[in-house]
Ligand binder design. Structure first.
Ligand code: SAM
Length: 271
């Protein structure tokens, strides 16, 4: 990563690009059970990454035509590869390389979708303001964002919570907001959207859901490990701390009575 490019906690390594796809599938139901784009034709997706959500959107709503906005060329390259492997051509999905805070698009869309993006952006209201002129009046906006202080495990593992605290503090230090989910209502209002509705979704997994719990503990270990290279590079954690956190997550995963809890926030609103 060049010194002039903004710092991005997950990084853009191949392994991370694959993780985004895996992540999107693990958390698909809790997100998409509450999203309905069946009346939408042209959809604007902000911060589309490698197209992990794009893929799900096109599978669930096959009539959609999606324009994905992403500012990192490595993500766009991978997104194009992923979409063409799935058989989608430019008539179904295209990608534009732009900063979501300063959009220049050539049309107005029926709806917009944002997932796991605003947490990385300083002044996220700028994204919502910037996309508004490119939405038709009354266009539907769906946003899903993190609320990281809700993460809890039983039993509490010091190796995990210490790492998680450092991870989130670093996210703030580089201009992000790991609690941005709770602000979605105010951000949407400030940007002039109407009929704002908020809900929280996520996981509360215990011994009643052993398989899903195992999958989610693994998914979460990979998610929080994705910050490790940058945290190590910045001298904020050691490799040993990362290893200990990973071992602790594995122990939790294998413990029948461990509990996993996390909430994200989902907003819908209209332009
Ligand atoms: C965690 S990824 C999520 C990608 C995708 N939404 C998903 O759920 O798989 C966040 C993406 O937002 C992109 N991003 C961050 N800030 C951006 C900005 N200002 N404009 C456009 N893209 C941005 C990053 O490059 C990254 O690919």
């Amino acid at each position: 990563m060049g010194s002039s490019s903004p710092k991005y906690i997950h990084g853009y390594l191949e392994q991370e690009q694959e993780r985004l796809r895996e992540q999107a599938l693990v958390i698909e139901r809790p997100i998409y059970d509450y999203i309905d784009f069946s009346e939408v034709k042209e959809l604007l997706e902000i911060g589309c990454g490698v197209g992990a959500q794009t893929e799900i959107l096109l599978r669930r709503f096959p009539h959609l035509q999606i324009t994905g906005v992403e500012y990192e060329s490595r993500q766009i390259k991978k997104a194009i590869e992923n979409m063409s492997k799935l058989g989608y051509d430019e008539s179904k999905v295209k990608f534009v390389q732009q900063d979501a805070k300063n959009l220049h698009l050539d049309k107005q869309y029926d709806a917009a979708f944002i997932c796991w993006v605003l947490e990385h952006i300083t002044d996220p209201v700028k994204v919502l303001v910037s996309m508004k002129p490119f939405l038709k009046p009354n266009a539907l906006v769906s946003i899903t964002e993190v609320f990281n202080s809700t993460f809890y495990t039983y039993p509490v593992k010091k190796e995990v919570i210490d790492y998680w605290r450092i991870y989130n503090e670093y996210q703030v230090q580089i201009g992000g907001d790991p609690q941005v989910g709770v602000r979605l209502g105010d951000l949407l209002e400030e940007a002039g959207y109407i009929n704002i509705d908020l809900r929280s979704g996520g996981f509360h997994l215990d011994s009643r859901h052993p398989e899903e719990k195992r999958t989610v503990f693994n998914y979460w270990k990979n998610l929080i490990s994705s910050g490790a290279p940058l945290l190590i590079e910045e001298g904020l954690v050691s490799e040993k701390q990362v290893n200990d956190m990973q071992l602790a997550m594995d122990e939790l995963r294998d413990m029948p009575h461990a509990v996993f809890y996390y909430r994200f926030i989902q907003a819908t609103a209209y332009a």
